[in-house]
Design a protein around this ligand. Structure first.
Ligand code: F0G
Length: 467
C-alpha cells in the first residue's frame, strides 16, 4: 500500500482532490462541505469482487499482522492506532508522532447493565489514552500529517480534550501549538494539561462555537495547521477503536455502539472504521451506532426528531462541558452514520448524566461527564426497545474521570444538581443518587470517633454482593 493511495473526497458534492491540495480550513471550495479520506477500497461494497485484486489488503493477513505487531517493541507497532497503519496509509512510518495511544481496555459493566435493564454491557474506555481522552487516537494521525508537511504551528478550538491532546503531540514533535478555549467553561484538568505541555493557551470570551469561528478566520490568514475534527486525518485515527473492539471480542461484532455526541466527529469516525472493516471482509456485518447528546446541547437530537430533518444550531448549555457545542461541524457525517448503520439519537438530562457518571464510577471504572451520557442514553434506548436485553452493546467512554474532578466532588457533596433538576428524577433515580453519593467525612483525629463512625456506616451500608 503506497502513500499516494489515499485522496480526499468531499462528503457533500463528491469532488476528489489529492491529500496535499486541501485548503487551510479543510472545507471544499465548491460547497463548503467536509472531506473524508478515501482509499482504493473505499468505494467497494464488499470484498467478493476484489479478492484477487492486489490493491486490496487480505483480511486474514491483516488480522495476523495486527496481532503480531502487539509483541513488537517498535513505537509504531506499540501504538494502538499505527498498529493498523495498513488501513491508514496517510504518512511515511518515519514521520509518525506517537505516545503509544490506543490499545484501550474493554471493560464489562455488570451493575450498569442491570441498571439499564440488559444482560450485559461493555465499555471501551478511550479515557485510558495517554492524555486521558479519545482525542489522542485522532491527534497522532493528524499531527503526524502536520509534521510531515513541514508545518511549525498547529492550532485548535476546543472544549478541552482536543487541546490537551494537541498540546502533547505537538510538544513531542517539536511543533508550537495554539489553543483556543471558551473562557471559564472547561474542566481544570484539561486547562492544566494544555499549559503543562507548553501550548499557547488563549481563553476567548465566547463559547466553543465562537472559538471555532475565530480560528477558522485565522487559519485562512496565517500558515497554521488546523487540528479540529474538520481535519479528516483526525477521523482516520479515531476509526481505529472500531478495529480494537472487534479484536477484543475475538472477531465478533457487537450489535450496538453508543457514542456521546458533541461536534459529532467521533461517531462519524467509528462509523467509517466499521464500514471499512465490512468493505474489506474483516467483519460480516456492521453494528448500529447510536448517538447521545445532553439536553442543553442537542442539535442532532432536534434534527433527528424533526419531521423535516432540518439542522438548527442551538446555544449550548450543559455541565458536561466537553460536549457544550451548539453548531456541530460534522453533523452531516454523523447523521449519515445513524442512517447507514441503523442507529438512533437520544438526549439526556443533567440529572441523568450525573447519575450515570456515578454508576460508572461505582464500577471502579469512572469517566468524565460527557462520557456518562452514553450510559444515560442506553437506558432510554432500552426503554424505547431500540436495544434489546440480549444484545451486546458497547459504550464509548470518551474521557477519564480525572479530567473534571470538580464535577465529581460537587456531585458527591450534593452541590451539583439544583432542586429543580432533582425534582425531575423518578423515585428510583432519587434512591440511586442517595445510595451512590459518597461525601467526604471530616472527623477529629481520635480513634474512638473514627470507630463509631465506621460502625454506623457498616450498619447503614451492607457490603455489596458480587454480581
Ligand atoms: N466526549 C468527550 C470527553 C469530548 O471531549 C468530546 C469532544 C466528545 C465526547 C464529543 O465528541 O465532538 O467528536 O462528537 N470534545 C471536543 C474537544 C469538542 O474540543 O475536546 P465529538
Amino acid at each position: 500500500m503506497t502513500l499516494d493511495a489515499h485522496s480526499l473526497r468531499c462528503t457533500e458534492c463528491g469532488t476528489g482532490i489529492p491529500g496535499d491540495a486541501v485548503a487551510s480550513d479543510f472545507r471544499c471550495p465548491n460547497c463548503q462541505g467536509l472531506y473524508e479520506v478515501v482509499y482504493p477500497w473505499s468505494a467497494t461494497q464488499n470484498l467478493s469482487s476484489t479478492v484477487n485484486d492486489t490493491r486490496f489488503p487480505n483480511p486474514s493477513a491483516l488480522r495476523w499482522l495486527w496481532q503480531e505487531r502487539r509483541t513488537s517493541t517498535l513505537p509504531i507497532d506499540q501504538s494502538g492506532v499505527w498498529r493498523f497503519r495498513d488501513l491508514l496509509p496517510i504518512v511515511k512510518p518515519e514521520s509518525i508522532v506517537t505516545l503509544r495511544e490506543g490499545n484501550t481496555p474493554l471493560y464489562d459493566l455488570p451493575r450498569c447493565a442491570a441498571a439499564a435493564g440488559i444482560d450485559w454491557l461493555l465499555a471501551k474506555h478511550q479515557g485510558m489514552n495517554p492524555t486521558g481522552s479519545f482525542k489522542d487516537t485522532g491527534m497522532t494521525a493528524a499531527l503526524s500529517v502536520a509534521a510531515e508537511r513541514g508545518f511549525q504551528w498547529v492550532a485548535c478550538a476546543s472544549t478541552g480534550n482536543t487541546s490537551a491532546a494537541m498540546a502533547a503531540y505537538a510538544a513531542r514533535a517539536g511543533l508550537r501549538s495554539i489553543v483556543f478555549i471558551p473562557d471559564g467553561k472547561i474542566a481544570w484538568g484539561k486547562l492544566a494539561q494544555s499549559m503543562d505541555y507548553g501550548a499557547l493557551t488563549i481563553q476567548l470570551k465566547t463559547d466553543f462555537d465562537g472559538c471555532v469561528r475565530i480560528l477558522t478566520d485565522l487559519v485562512r490568514r496565517f500558515p497554521i495547521y488546523l487540528l479540529n475534527s474538520v481535519n479528516p486525518y483526525r477521523l482516520e485515527g479515531q476509526k481505529t477503536p472500531a478495529f480494537e473492539i472487534v479484536e477484543q471480542l475475538d472477531g465478533q461484532v457487537p450489535e450496538h455502539i453508543i457514542v456521546p455526541g458533541g461536534n459529532l466527529a467521533n461517531s462519524a469516525a467509528l462509523g467509517k472504521g466499521f464500514t471499512e472493516m465490512h468493505q474489506l471482509g474483516l467483519i460480516p456485518h456492521k453494528p448500529k451506532i447510536s448517538i447521545i447528546q445532553a439536553e442543553g446541547a442537542n442539535p442532532l437530537y432536534r434534527w433527528f426528531t424533526d419531521s423535516n430533518r432540518i439542522m438548527r444550531p442551538v446555544t449550548a448549555e450543559t455541565r458536561a462541558t466537553a460536549i457544550r457545542i451548539g453548531n456541530p461541524a460534522s453533523w452531516r457525517k454523523a447523521a449519515a452514520v445513524i442512517d447507514d448503520l441503523g442507529g438512533w439519537c437520544e438526549q439526556v438530562s443533567e440529572q441523568e448524566i450525573a447519575l450515570a457518571k456515578a454508576q460508572i464510577g461505582a464500577e471502579g471504572v469512572g469517566c468524565e461527564p460527557a462520557s456518562a451520557v452514553a450510559l444515560a442514553g442506553i437506558k432510554k434506548l432500552v426503554e424505547l426497545g431500540k436495544v434489546t436485553r440480549e444484545e451486546r452493546a458497547v459504550l464509548i467512554l470518551t474521557g477519564n474521570t480525572l479530567k473534571d474532578p470538580q464535577y465529581t466532588i460537587d456531585y458527591h457533596r450534593g452541590e451539583l444538581l439544583t432542586a429543580e433538576e432533582l425534582a425531575g428524577a423518578t423515585p428510583q433515580q432519587r434512591a440511586q443518587h442517595a445510595a451512590l453519593a459518597k461525601p467526604p467525612i471530616v472527623l477529629e483525629a481520635d480513634p474512638d470517633t473514627v470507630l463509631r463512625t465506621l460502625e454506623a456506616h457498616m450498619r447503614a451500608e451492607p457490603v455489596p454482593q458480587p454480581v
